[in-house]
Every structure is written in C-alpha cells, then in structure tokens.
Design a binder for this molecule. Sequence first.
Ligand code: GAL
Length: 648
Amino acid sequence: MNILPVLKDRIGFGADYNPEQWSPEVWREDVRLMREAGVSVVTLGIFSWASVEPAPGSYDFGWLDEVMDLLGEAGIAVSLATGTASPPAWLSRLHPGTLPVNRDGVRLSPGSRQHYCPSSPVYREAAAGLAQRMGERYGTHPALALWHVGNEYGCHVQECYCDVSADDFRRWLRERHGDLDGLNAAWSTTFWSQRVTDWAEVLPPRTAPTLRNPAQELDYRRFSSDALLACYRAERSVLRELTPDVPVTTNIMGMWEPVADYASWAPDFDLVALDLYPEPKDPAAAVDAAFFHDQMRSLGGGRPYLMMETATSAISYRPPNRPKRPGLNRLWSHQAVARGADAVMYFQWRASLGGAEKFHSAVVSHGGPHDRIFREAAALGAELGGLDGVAGTRVPAEVAVVFDHANWWALELDARPAELRVPERVRAHYAPLWHENVTVDVVPPAADLSSYKLVIVPNLYLCDDAAAEGLRRYVEDGGHLLMSFFSGIADACDRIRPGGHPGAFRDLLGLRVEEFWPLSDGERLGLSTGGGADLWADHIVPEGAAVLAAYTDGPLAGLPAVTRHAYGRGSATYLGTRPGEHVMRDLVRDPLRLAGVEPVLPGLPAGVEAVRRGGHVFLLNHNDHPVRAAGAELAPLDVAVVALGEAE
Ligand code: GAL
C-alpha cells in the first residue's frame, strides 16, 4: 500500500499544479493531458495566497473549487497546499514587520517569495488563518489526499535578525539554558568579555567587527530551525484539528545547504516529502541524489516517502540551464523509486509564461504537449504506474552513515583548524558505498544503531554525551565503526572536551590526537599502504589501537594515519586524514568485509547502481554505454526492475 493510501498499491506520478496562472479552458486541457500522462497526484496551489485571499479576510475560492472538482472528477488525488509560502503584497504593506531582516539589519522587500520573518506572530497568525479557511473549505473534498503546508521552509530565508526574532530567541534560550548564568556558561562568555547581565543584552548574531561567539551562532541556527518548525506546526495543528484523517507534510530540500535540522522535524511529518534537483551537468549528481533519497527514507524511519518535486529537464536558476538528455529523467526518477519514493512529481505541470522561473522545465513545455519532454514524461507515467508490488515496500540497509545538522553548522563556523565542508566530507564517505552497491541509512548520532553491521561517522566534530555513549556501546556490543578525523572534539555548546583529543572517543578509538596538522592547498602526504592524502593530518598517539597505515613523508612521517582498535566485541577504525578517492574506497571496503556486509549484487559493472526494494532489485545504468548486469541488458541510462531471485 502506497504511503499515500489513496494511491493504493501504485507508485504515484504527478506535478506541482499552479492553475491560478491559467484560464479555465487551460485547466480542462490540463486535466485531459494529466490523464494522458498517467498523472495520479498533483500538489495544488503552493503560491496561491494572493489569489485565494485577495484582500485581508476576503476570500475567493471559486476558481479553486472548480479546479478541485475537475481533478476529483478525473480521479487525480490532490496534495493541497495551504498556500502560505509567499505572503500577498497586502500583508507586507499593512504589516511591514512581517518582512525578514538580514544579519546587516537590512529589511528585505517583497517582490520575490518567502518574505516573512519566521518568528512574526502576525505572519504566523495570518498563515494559520488561511490554513483554517482551506481546511474548512476542502477538508471533506473527495480529491483531498494530503495537506502540503507552506513550501520548502527556509529555502530563501533561513534566519531573521529583527527585534521580534531577538525576543523569540531570548525565550528559546531561557528554555534551553535556564537563567543568564546557564547562558553565560553555555556561550563561554568569559572569553572576550562577552558576559551578559541582562536578557536585553542577548542578541542574534548580527554583523559584528570580527569573529562572533560560535556558541551564539550555533544556538541561533538551532533556534531558527525551531522557529521555522513552529510555523509549520501552527498550520499543522489547525489542519489536524479539522481533518484528523488527512496526512500533513511539507516538502523539504535535498540539497547541500544546512537549512534546518530535519531530523528534529521528522516526528511532525505524517510522511516525508523531498524536493530534489540533481544537476544534469554534474557527473556525480546521481551519487548525491542517492544520498538524499537515503536520508529521506531514514527520516521517515524507513517508510516510503514522496519525491514531491524534481525537474523533467532544465533547472532555471543554474545557468547554463542544460536540459536533461533523453533517458536521464527516467533514470533519476527510477532511482527515487528504487530508494523508497512512493511517488515521483515534478515542478511544475505547465511551464509559466511569466515570472522568475519561466525557463524552468515542466511536464508541458511552452510549446505544448508535443515535445520530447512530454512524450518521455507520459511514457514514464505509464511505466511507473504499471510497477507492480513496489509501492509501500521497504529498502533494507545494513550500514548507517551518521549525519547531524548541529555538527554541520558547528563544523563550518569560522576559525576551525581547516576549512572543512560537510558536503565534501559526507560525499567522500558515501561515494565508496554507492560504488560498492551497499545501501545505507542516514541516521542522527543518537539513533538506535543496533541493527547495523557497520556505522560510518564522517567528521563528527560536535557530539553530545548521549551520542558519544551510544556509539561507544554500539561497538562494545559487537558493532563495527569507521570514524574520520576531527570527531568528538566539542560538546553540544561547541566547548572543547578537555583531557586530550578526541575527548568523546579516545577510549573507543584507543588513541590520542596530540595535534592537528591541517595541510595547505596542494600539499599531499604519502601513505604506507600506497596512495596519498591531503587536507588534514592528525598526529596520532596510539593507546591500544593498531596502525593500519602510516604517513610516509611530511611533518608526521612514520606516524599513524589510519588505525583500528578492537573494543568490546566490535572494532573502531579511525582515519586521521583525507585519503585520495581510490585509497578511500579500499579503506571503506575493508571494514565492510570485517562487518560481513555484502553488496546488493556482486560483480556489477562500474556505474551500475543496484538497490533492493521489497521483492525487487532496481538496476540503474548511469553510463553512456550499454552494459550487461545481473542477467539484464541495459542500454545507456537504462533501467531494469527485476524480481528478487531472478537477478543473476
Ligand atoms: C523549488 C520550489 C519550487 C520551484 C522549484 C524550481 O525550490 O519549491 O516552487 O521554485 O524549486 O526552482
């Protein structure tokens, strides 16, 4: 059964539908074409606030009633947006305080989208009011299948620095740290005379002469994530009250931007919805995309999710707007389904004639439904709609990659020993697993790890005590761990754990890091196992760990670079540096072997991705040449969905 029950046992197929941009004649044509293309679900009216509530408290539902009816009559399920992502011009005019303020104190203007301060009570009330009206109007409409609250929270405005936000921040800090003594301790304010003695002195991290207090920065990211979540929750609770049986979600972004702490949001989603825009020009796009799919599935506790937005072809804001070559949309859409998506949907159904995104691809292009994009989409709609026994099934994983937003925020703050970028760090650990065709879950540090054979921890600089203890116990109980440098250094307030690095994991890893030796651009150290490493080198002093590789040159020549510690019934492998890509693949293969993890299928040609979902194996040929894989002949960019047991 599909995670969206109305879709039954079919994989959903559809798009964002923005009928307010079109005439009623076009709506009829749209619904006809949707049926032709196999569309089973649309997400409707995301930016319709100004059309539904053209003046404060005055509503125009006529057009939306008609569209809902048209879709319902055609058997197309509606994921109905509350429409609150882009406030109407009148809200900004009447309540300029709802507009967000940036770090430099500049109040942003309307004229784009998402121009609201997440802490603004006026915005929250107006948005919840609209959600209430939508709920009252459409709560019992037969086409309604899902509520889509807001849109991509934090996509453009992740933080607001206005006075209202400052007050909200103080309230949040009181909850987290109690009194001012607690706050001063958490923020290490004895440094640079930053002690505060009155809550009025506590501010957002606005533009300042030089480096700001890192704990203040970190708390502001946490607070801002919670402020956005509060906006979502305000609307969700209105809808839950009115329509307890209709699931509620918002679409979150699969991209390398640390927008919000989605792991803390996940319990508020009835189902997870992903927006994903892999770059057609990027040869490694499929690897990143796979990571985001795994992350979404994991956010939902392994349940299927919806890919609520992706592009049929070109993406408008990344010039040159290169189209997807024939077959690529089919391949990447199947990748989503392989990794747990129960629906594939596009932004947007019909390409806009005006506005900022008119050069973004759609299912129906400017020229109408006679082009390759529509033909390919319609063929795909039929193909996905015909996939039997896939919707609702799960994707098994024996390996977990630990991923944490607080760590991401903290690791990328200023004045670290080297500029480490979380996207690069996560990719470096994830890509070898992808190439090995080992499926992984993406879990927060404090997750229950007991079901995994191997846990991979890329650069977990910031780690609270509970997570450190969870990882220790996991290995003690027989788990295998692979951890990279600069992990376990700071506590949740970004304070160093004293007594020798890495404070949280010294016993577990059986070593001490005496000093960090970040490397200059272009500087490269040899490794005794062959190959080289760059970016960073730990000066490791083993305290029980065995040396797997040593540096062969440079300031740390002869000292350990990679170690392994037998701990309890398990093992902890440690990488004190950044090995080159091929060495990294070997270094990941080794603990995979140790932990007894097998690929989905052995011996596949390079560039073929295999994922098991329920009773099927998906084979995805990312190559521009044909391959034979597991008994299937795959043309370039081709896909095969094979019943388990039939794959050789
Ligand atoms: C998403 C957004 C859509 C559209 C799309 C393409 O971020 O939710 O409304 O803008 O990107 O750029």
